[in-house]
Design a protein around this ligand. Structure first.
Ligand SMILES: [Zn+2]
Length: 283
């Protein structure tokens, strides 16, 4: 990560592409005092299970991550008004989305019974695209589009277009559809990094989709072009990256993307980096 910091010192522009603004809201259950903060994150550290559940799909895990949570017992928080620790409700929310969205699946956890770290090797379904929309309840927040449509299925985009019955209604429906498009951001999966083995040992390899939309597998000295990539291929990934669809792909976007991919996948293999440089130099 030192190399990432070096790049950032040299060029803060990189932050514009990778930085997620995360809001954190806490509410005292005793006096209702509300505490709000914002944090710049480069990745979303995403739990893939709870104390009672293993999440089968990335969107379920994201939904859970963005839900209200109650901090009680040993997790109570200090309230400035009550002047003591109290039960506190807490939630994270997405204030600003980046061009490149990076999610680290938290596959390692500390097992308090055996007093050692363990790895969750379970499969989790990784969607090839993620769609976000501005929240209707909180206009300055982004949430998963599928979640909104599940809550209000009769207001989905396709339904809006399908309800045209009179010519004079068309412009209203089209305006609503355009408005919906304006407040939507779609991302496509373009990189997945895997860890094989147990905590403290093992081997990393990665799949990356080029800017020409061709998938490649990078594994030590081996680089292989992939064809007919099935979505299940990514189910055991450890770190995934999505890039914004329909975003401006010209100029600095490509340069910065390649820079960060190179830094990130140095962790995987130096040979892969050399290949990446030649690959993108040609494209
Ligand atoms: Zn309080």
């Amino acid at each position: 990560m030192h190399e990432v910091n070096t790049y950032m010192d040299q060029d803060q522009t990189i932050l514009k592409f990778y930085q997620i603004t995360i809001g954190h809201e806490m509410k005292c259950q005793e006096c209702n005092a509300n505490y709000k903060k914002e944090y710049p994150w480069l990745t979303i550290p995403l739990p893939i299970c709870s104390s009672s559940n293993k999440f089968k799909h990335l969107e379920i895990a994201l939904d859970e991550f963005l839900k209200w949570d109650i901090l009680n017992g040993d997790n109570q928080c200090y309230c400035d008004i009550c002047k003591e620790v109290t039960d506190t409700s807490s939630r994270y929310h997405i204030k600003e989305l980046p061009q490149i969205l990076t999610v680290q699946l938290l596959r390692f956890h500390f097992d308090t019974t055996n007093r050692c770290y363990q790895k969750f090797d379970d499969c989790i379904e990784i969607p090839l695209t993620l769609m976000f929309e501005e929240s209707r309840d909180n206009p300055n927040e982004w949430c998963l589009s599928s979640r909104i449509n599940k809550e209000s299925p009769d207001e989905s985009f396709s339904t809006l277009l399908g309800t045209v019955q009179h010519p004079h209604q068309e412009s209203k429906v089209e305006a609503a559809a355009k408005e919906k498009l304006k407040s939507t951001k779609e991302f496509e999966l373009f990189a997945a990094c895997y860890h094989e083995g147990v905590y403290g040992y093992g081997h990393y390899h990665a799949d990356i989709k080029s800017t020409a939309d061709v998938w490649y597998s990078f594994n030590d000295q081996t680089v292989a072009k992939l064809s007919n990539v099935h979505p299940n291929r990514f189910n055991k990934s450890y770190l995934i990256m999505y890039r914004r669809k329909n975003a401006n792909k010209s100029g600095n976007y490509n340069v910065i993307t390649v820079q960060f991919q190179c830094v990130l996948f140095t962790l995987v293999n130096d040979e892969c980096i050399k290949y990446l440089h030649t690959l993108w130099a040609k494209s």
